[in-house]
Write a protein that binds this ligand. Sequence first.
Ligand code: ZN
Length: 389
Amino acid sequence: MCDVGQSASTQSTPGQVARRPGAPTSGVQTCCPDVAEFKKATRPADYFGFDDKTDMVDTGTDPYWVPAAKAKTAPSDKLTRDGAVWLSVEKGQTAKCIIDFTNNLTCISNCTYETRPGGKVTVVTSSIAADRAVFEIRGDNAGDATVVVRCNGQDKGWVHVACHERLTFSVGMCEVNQTITTGTGAAARSSLTLPRPTMNVAQYQSFFDDCYRAACIKVNITALPRYDLSATTNLAAGGGFFDANGQMESPGYRSRMATGIYPVTDAIDSAVRRAHPGYDKYLYLMIPPGARQSGTGYLNGFARGIGGNYAIFFNDDAGTYSTAAHEFGHTIGLRHPNDSNGTGQYPAHLRAGDTNVAANDVLNLMGYGNPRNQRKELRYKQWKAASGR
Ligand SMILES: [Zn+2]
């Protein structure tokens, strides 16, 4: 019987089977229109870097991920600010990621994953747990790729992945100090015995691992014996290195860098290096003779230039680990978010103004945000900039 009166779009034509509008097509599953979002794996040990800042959605534009009707096609420029996240994975290792479909299990089970271009990373496993798909991405070759989630022949969403060869740095960490007596009589004590947190290398190691895993960089820290420079340098308050308060104020550092600061630290560096050669970088923990001053005009540490071989950090509060990791970052080429020479290390919306705090990335390791002991983040361009990768 002829289907008289049907609309042209569903009329039978030779070779086709007519069907009612809206009826399912055999063999083609339907997907939910919105593929929720990519999220961090639960345990930090399950992934390398997770960067949801570099491509964060520009104010006023709609994210590709949300509108049901919007056609979704992975952009050719991976730095498009469409809300996609970046993962990093070390070559030969795997990183987990989660796609949260907000309880749409049918959608999860219908999706497939493609990598574009091929050859960089592979989706090796995917599983459904509760309302989430968990997938593991293996790094095959250094380079950037996009993992695209597909269903019904369409892109439903994507995550960019940067695969890096592992870089390894050996660091000799050395507490440097000299005997400076403060107080008199029964209150007298030397700076070598001042109360201070123990130089606990395991805690530095753990903090560095948290920060640099994102860049697929492994920093191996070795504690060197404490070095007493009483005979060679004057680190007393007002002695030319520290200021009259026994700290290092920022203006003083800048004005005396070449004359009073670097000659001292270069001498320390060569003395320690002579005694303990062979490390890629050296980090020196110095105990300032004076109490921590209030205000922001005091240094927590400094590196011997960008890409230099050593850095100094001062042991004064809970942020010391972050300062050590920050100064090490300078030695492998990382710059501040407000550094005019560092524009290639930050997208414009992550750069900082005068305060050096990136408003969109407050806890970036290389910025000055607070709380200082929680500054750990490194972003996509910093993964690349570390050691000129
Ligand atoms: Zn710095």
